[in-house]
Design a protein around this ligand. Structure first.
Ligand SMILES: *Cc1c(COP(=O)(O)O)cnc(C)c1O
Length: 374
């Protein structure tokens, strides 16, 4: 059986966890959390990075920081994970879904401006498969309409757009270290704060609405409840595990890119023959090989291929059910325009196994099964 995903371990993770215990700090914001935050700040160039217990948590913090009020609207793709929309709905806001681009499956930046109303507060571009959205255009629209940009860079660690790290371009960015992502801690995430004006409040929201972080820096002489907030910080065990992964981030990314490229080269002739479409990476983007997907000609073809791969012991998976058509999406969200590409592509996309440790022989087998006439 070739699994779709297999969590990678570099080697030092468990040693680091023992170290966290030996340090005498098991709760959050100990030395491993600080090291992870510093790694993110250096790596991405963001103003401040705060480790969270998930990307979902980071998105919820971002929605609070964006000051989303009941009825406020946030523009996002429908082809995304539920957390992108949930974060807004939890504040009483309304996700406004627009269609995606057929090449990258990212939000179609040319549709954003028409979806803006007096209630619009923010735009959430989602960098699908670690391939950057058209951020120059999005930032320009946001600036002209005085909107906040929150990048959902859950899949984007180590990837760049025009040389800038994904998550470091908008006012806020969010990353995930879930076991299905490139760099992992089981569950885990981070909020990247690029607008310095939001940094102080972000710390407070993350620490249950208290000014505890300022207290520990000696900036206030007692700590107290000053704002709304929750517990968004991970414990040191998570950070200890994650730090070992961060130290190997280059090598993990290189190995994933090598696997990605092998699929891409091996499937080129099938694309030429019109049997499938391969991912498109724009000139301006350096991706991180988060995912290798193929687009088939119909839902029927996809269902048949998935079943055939399963028979051969290969676990391939489709991806998002568009949020605008999901029960909660219908209840809490709203569509702007038509969703042609979202509906079409979501039915035809299939993701192939890609994880560090997948062998060439296994990849060859997968490519062979995909190539067989159906
Ligand atoms: C994985 C993912 C999330 C959620 O990340 P968690 O760390 O599991 O909360 C959010 N958005 C996108 C686009 C994702 O791929």
């Amino acid at each position: 059986m070739i699994p779709f995903n297999k969590p990678y371990i570099c080697g030092k993770e468990l040693w680091n966890i023992a170290q966290a215990h030996a340090n005498g700090v098991m709760a959050g914001d100990g030395s491993f959390t600080k090291q992870c935050n510093e790694w993110l700040e250096q790596r991405t160039g963001c103003h401040k990075a705060l480790l969270t217990h998930s990307c979902t948590a980071a998105l919820e913090m971002a929605a609070i920081l964006a000051d989303i009020q009941p009825g406020d609207e946030v523009i996002m793709p429908s082809y995304t994970f539920v957390s992108t929309a949930n974060a807004v709905v939890l504040r009483g806001g309304v996700p406004v879904f627009v269609d995606i681009r057929p090449d990258t499956l990212n939000i179609d930046e040319t549709l954003i401006e028409a979806a803006i109303t007096p209630r619009t507060r923010a735009i959430v571009p989602v960098h699908y498969a670690g391939v950057g959205c058209e951020m120059d255009t999005i930032m320009d629209i946001a600036q002209r309409h005085n909107l906040l940009v929150i990048e959902d860079a859950a899949q984007g660690v180590m990837a760049t757009y025009k040389g800038k790290a994904l998550g470091s371009i908008g006012h806020l960015g969010t990353l995930s270290f879930h076991e299905t992502k490139n760099i992992i801690s089981g569950e885990g995430g981070a909020l990247l704060i690029n607008d310095p004006k939001l940094a102080e409040r972000a710390e407070i929201i993350r620490e249950k609405g208290t000014n505890r972080s300022q207290f520990f820096r000696g900036q206030v002489d007692k700590y107290t409840w000053v704002d709304i907030g929750s517990s968004y910080l991970p414990g040191e065990i998570i950070a200890a595990f994650l730090m070992a992964q961060m130290e190997n981030a280059e090598s993990i990314t290189e190995q994933r890119l090598d696997l990605w490229k092998h699929y891409h080269d091996a499937l080129g002739s099938l694309e030429s023959a019109g049997r499938l479409r391969r991912p498109v990476i724009p000139e301006s983007c350096q991706h991180n090989a988060h995912m290798y997907y193929i687009l088939l000609d119909s839902l029927e073809t996809r269902t048949a291929l998935m079943a055939k791969l399963k028979e051969q012991g290969v676990n391939s998976v489709f991806h998002y059910v568009p949020l605008h058509s999901a029960p909660a999406g219908l209840k809490y969200g709203r569509v702007h325009g038509i969703m042609t590409h979202t509906e079409d592509l979501s039915e035809r996309l299939l993701r192939l196994p890609l994880w560090v440790g997948l062998t060439r022989e296994q990849q060859e087998r997968i490519v062979r099964y995909v190539s067989l006439e159906r």
